[in-house]
Design a protein. Sequence first.
Length: 256
Amino acid sequence: MPPSKTSQESLTTITIMKYLLLTLALLITPALAKEDAKLSTTPVAQTAKWAVKWWMPRHEAKLKEKEALGDVQLVFLGDSITHAWDNKGKATLKDNYASYNALNLGFSGDRTEQVLWHLDHGELDVIKPKAIVIMIGTNNAGHRKEESTKTAAGIKAILESVQKKQPQAKVLLLGIFPRGATSDDPLRQLTDGTNAIIKDYADNKRVFYLNINDKFLAKDGKLSRTVMADLLHPNKSQYQVWADSIAPTLEVLMAD
């Protein structure tokens, strides 16, 4: 029995709807991809629920701390790993960098776009540091599994902003620290991929790249919980390892 006119009309309507939905998807997908590509390079404040209560107050406190320190010679920019110089790494920071009036601008949870926000909102203004240590990007991988090229683009944008604000400063760009138990951890592969790109940002005149990940890893590439209990954040003892590992390079940069 041939299909009824009503059935034919329903099939035609369904076909048209599928065509319209496919067309709409084809139009929207490139636009979404374009917007996604801008995430790492577009300055934005932290909006994570767990961070909003303290993040802006920390920003305000850091502006005041900067003024109180006076002649800031050394600055650290980064995420929670850098933030921890103010707590579990506090004694190490004092022992190694007090003579530089070091300013720690690490903020937990930050990705490249939050660092750009900090730079746009005065955290590097007025002061004239000799060196700026930057290590950022692990949250780009962990938060949204961002492609290495996009995270690297965010880091490049940070370097460009720092150059405009602090043209006299030497930048020590650190490779993103290892995460995950083994080298085949998906998030470590993303950060390793970013490191493979950003190492070429060094011109060895103003920007210097240093990867100290081997100081935290076993020879087989495994990351021990005795080094990073959560396989992401260095334990207290590792802040001296960090300081010792960058000391030779940093001493040269600070001496210029």
